[in-house]
Design a protein around this ligand. Structure first.
Ligand SMILES: *[C@@H]1O[C@H](CO)[C@@H](O)[C@H](O)[C@H]1NC(C)=O
Length: 354
């Protein structure tokens, strides 16, 4: 028999551990909260799977940074509930905001992204889909989100205004939209009228789409102008990258801290080559199985490889030091044919299925 004190300590430990991990709710609690709260974000998880495990710490961190209800449901114990919610892959994140149709959360599964999504959702309840801007509030508005889209459209440009309103209504859960119809605002910002401008205050950048455009042009402008210079490669965006018509520069590292540092330092290089290359970071723990096909031995340290999806060619980087300078010269060597792809002359390489 264990001494009672020890037993109590053990029980405490278990309690602490579960308090720090997932805190799944029952169906009753889920239904109560979703009906009571104006906004709730719910993760339907399969706790034993890697993607669900990967979400756990991010979800917890997000929970501590917001007042909005964040719930999780264990799809093993609440299988019926998950099925009713149409969950087919895990984790599935859904937005419950009282509207008829439950929406999917499509953003990155990172605490910071989840929190800013929620902040925007809360703000939206008080702000219109498109805010009207004047000289006094435009400056503050521009820096209010990771991406702020402002249309400089005079009243008479009815068609462009309608297209912009449509763009905003489709995307307002991801970005913040404003309209400046006073021509002096465009003049002050040195922007041609009419234009749609994407501001990214954190990056210190803005991209301008001048002239009248239809909704399709606006959509694709929005997508490219808001894409991060270096994204995180996952199952969910794999296809997009494979079809982008560009080679990929994969950076594999086991910790998110390491990948973040790489993204920061390689950003200028990624921008320089953005027409030809997609720089991405990859979680080496979750996607380590991709390494052999890229000619990389899994040693647990960060690794880099270039992959050309059009020709199925892989170029493993064989040096230890990964800096903007060494990566740039590696890329240049590939372009100039100084580095041969893996299996050159042999059979074509197939990209590993994820
Ligand atoms: C900016 O000021 C105008 C009044 O000139 C107001 O109508 C608008 O709602 C304000 N916008 C924001 C984002 O505060």
């Amino acid at each position: 028999m264990l001494p009672k004190v020890l037993l109590v300590c053990l029980l405490d430990l278990i309690a602490v551990k579960s308090a720090l991990g997932w805190n799944h709710v029952s169906r009753a609690k889920f239904e109560y909260i979703v009906n009571e709260k104006p906004l709730a974000l719910v993760a339907f998880v399969a706790p034993w799977t890697e993607p669900s495990k990967a979400l756990e710490a991010e979800w917890l961190a997000a929970t501590s940074q917001t007042k909005t209800a964040l719930l999780s449901v264990d799809c093993k114990t609440e299988a019926d509930l998950c099925q009713e919610q149409g969950v087919i892959s895990y984790p599935a994140i859904r937005v419950f905001d009282g509207s008829e149709k439950v929406r999917r959360y499509k953003g990155p599964r990172k605490a910071s992204a989840i929190v800013s999504f929620l902040n925007r959702a809360v703000l939206r309840a008080v702000l219109p889909v498109v805010s009207t801007l004047d000289q006094k509030n435009i400056t503050e508005f521009k820096s209010g989100d990771e991406a702020v889209i402002i249309a400089y459209i005079p009243e008479e440009e009815k068609a462009l205004k309608a297209a912009f309103m449509e763009l905003a209504s489709r995307n307002h859960d991801k970005f913040t939209f404003g309209i400046a119809s006073d021509k002096t605002l465009a003049k002050a910002a040195n922007i041609q009228i009419p234009s749609v401008v994407v501001h990214r205050p954190k990056e210190g950048e803005q991209e301008v789409l001048p002239g009248p455009s239809g909704i399709d042009v606006l959509e694709s402008f929005l997508e490219t102008a808001t894409a991060p210079s270096i994204g995180e490669f996952t199952r969910r965006n794999e296809l997009k990258y494979m079809k982008a018509g560009k080679s990929l520069v994969y950076y594999f590292a086991p910790t998110s801290q390491d990948r973040e540092t790489y993204r920061e330092s390689l950003k200028p290089l990624a921008k320089k080559f953005k027409e030809y290359l997609n720089f991405v970071t990859v979680d080496a723990v979750e996607y380590g199985h991709m390494l052999p096909a890229l000619g990389i031995q899994d040693t647990g340290s960060p690794a880099l490889a270039v992959f050309n999806p059009m020709y199925g060619q892989a170029f493993p980087y064989d040096q230890k030091k990964i800096t903007p300078e060494t990566v740039e010269s590696f890329v240049m060597d590939i372009v100039q044919g100084k580095v041969q792809p893996l299996g050159a002359g042999g059979e074509e390489l197939k990209h590993t299925e994820l």
